[in-house]
Design a protein around this ligand. Sequence first.
Ligand code: SF4
Length: 226
Amino acid sequence: MNSRIKDIPLRFNEKAVLRLLGRRRPDHHADISPRLRRQLDKGWEDIQHTARPEALYAAYPAQGRERGVLVNGECPFHSRSLSRIFHNCEQAVVFVTTLGGDVDDLILNRLKSRPSYASILDAAASAAVESAADHVEKHIRERLGQGWDTTRRYSPGHCDWPVRDQKRLFSLLPHHHLRIRLTEGSHMSPRKSLSGIIGVFPEDHMPWNGNACLFCQNIDCPHRRN
Ligand code: SF4
């Protein structure tokens, strides 16, 4: 199973945008001034208009090992959390999704003329690329059909998975059509891109419900998932 997804629908997650903007109470609509409301609406409109969201993914046999995950018999990903989650899995799907380079240019341009609006655009784009990754997860689950369970998605640089493994992940993607390049520090350009791995298990055989947060000791982690 490997493929390219084009024309990914983006979902506006206002709560996520407000959280990224540093709001402590993103649920409180009364805290949103009319000016901020206008900027949020305009920001989302600009991101939707500029983004060209697409994704690539590929599936491989995979196995959790003591200190990481073996994908296609080689190329280990170094993470103890992933090794527990991927223990006894059948496959792993590696993926990357991006909003495209025009979104970076838009944010950069506004940074010079309207820095506060640029931070709203930046937060809206970050939430948008998460929604693109949600779509990729959903697409993969639908393609697998009944009889299979999938883990949460995990990305290099998060939890205890070093960002340097990004290079290994990219080497597993089928063809690099999406014009995403890795910097020396293994960060992606365009910036509003997201890569990761999803484990695939026979139904009812998935440890920890596929969620490393259920055993993680990092109690202050802001990214904890239920
Ligand atoms: S709590 Fe945070 S660090 Fe721990 S597994 Fe979850 S997302 Fe990763």
